[in-house]
Design a protein around this ligand. Structure first.
Ligand code: XIL
Length: 346
């Protein structure tokens, strides 16, 4: 009897051993992707939540600062910079061998109070912006691979957004911001980043016109960011077209803030059905596939999702509704959308 049990245990052991050896290592996004694939991160979650950190370490090869390199965080007072939260992300990237994408040097939101209250002539405003860009870019020189230099400067109709920056610096301010960033770091990649190119051909056209103008005048620019805050109903063809037209500039292309809402109308008491999850999976797959096939290899800066799990997403606060727009759920379990990402990468 004892012998029989021994043989059975041995057999079970052999089977286990065999299955262990036969199992391929679990695939991750970064192991399947042929280009950088990242997520925007919060330094607080990265420090305090082990599941968050492990998911990021395992899955992603690039990270973006979701908020902490924006002006009101990094430059809260005229004569004070706060590097600590940004450094958490930049150091994490360096320690884990991930690429760091800096977001964003100039935006019409996240403007600190001292800037809102600033009074000075156009030269004083120019100095303020030049000093900000120079100081931040120099601080992270060699540690940040790319910067979103200017974020969301155009409106959906393709005109220049009226903002604190356009008002005080004049209509050509975008070009000068790129020049200041280039002077501060000769080798960092410089991006213009905006949303809505997939539904607003005019805005995309404004970006393309800007790039052509920069080329004529010798203004430095390396890449364009398509934020791609989208939803399960948005037509694939429009997304693909925006990606293709952006790639036709020859610049680096970044899908920079990807999320896919399942509740685009912001319905109250919304509970996603299995069908919603499948459509979200299909949309992630289509976007990732379009990027992989439409952007030439040497222009693939990569794809970044806007944070990691559904609990971390900015969308519910923004739409004041319930939504679940990311590939991981609130407990960092993989959703069907995660499989959609892998499908698109293969
Ligand atoms: C958002 C962040 O995700 C939020 O946490 C913050 O409260 C507001 O900004 N376009 C951008 C991002 O370029 O910087 C925005 O990020 C989302 C829209």
């Amino acid at each position: 009897m004892k012998e029989r049990i021994g043989i059975i245990l041995l057999a079970v052991g052999l089977v286990n051993c065999h299955t262990n050896q036969a199992q391929p290592p679990a695939q991750t996004i970064q192991s399947v992707a042929s280009f950088p694939f990242g997520a925007a991160l919060s330094p607080v979650r990265l420090t305090n939540d082990a599941a968050y950190r492990q998911t990021v370490e395992r899955e992603y090869s690039s990270i973006t600062s979701e908020n902490h390199l924006k002006m009101h965080h990094v430059h809260p007072e005229a004569d004070r910079y706060d590097w600590q939260p940004g450094d958490v992300l930049v150091n994490f990237a360096a320690q884990t061998g991930k690429r760091m994408h800096g977001h964003a040097l100039l935006w019409h939101e996240a403007v600190p109070d001292w800037v809102k209250n600033f009074s000075g002539d156009s030269l004083a405003w120019e100095t303020l912006v030049r000093d900000h860009i120079t100081t931040v870019v120099q601080h992270y020189k060699g540690r940040v691979a790319a910067w979103d230099v200017v974020n969301e400067a155009f409106l959906d109709d393709g005109t220049l957004r009226k903002s604190i920056w356009s008002e005080h610096l004049g209509p050509d301010y975008i070009a000068r911001c790129f020049q200041y960033a280039r002077q501060a770091d000769p080798s960092v990649n410089l991006f213009y980043n905006d949303y809505g190119q997939e539904y607003s051909p005019r805005k995309l056209q404004a970006m393309l016109t800007m790039v052509a103008d920069f080329r004529r005048r010798g203004i430095p620019i390396n890449g364009l960011g398509l934020q791609m805050h989208t939803h399960i109903n948005h037509p694939d063809e429009q997304i693909e077209k925006a990606i293709r037209q952006t790639a036709a500039t020859g610049l680096l292309v970044h899908i920079s803030e990807l999320d896919v809402r399942v509740n685009p109308k912001g319905e109250a008491n919304f509970t996603p059905s299995a069908d919603h999850w499948q459509r979200q999976k299909a949309k992630f797959a289509a976007i990732v596939r379009a990027y992989r096939t439409q952007v030439p290899k040497n222009q693939q800066h990569g794809i970044t999702t806007w944070n990691v799990g559904d609990a971390d997403s900015w969308i519910p606060k923004f739409c004041k509704c319930t939504d679940y727009p990311l590939p991981f759920d609130k407990a960092y379990q993989k959703k069907p959308a995660y499989e959609g990402v892998l499908d698109g990468l293969r």
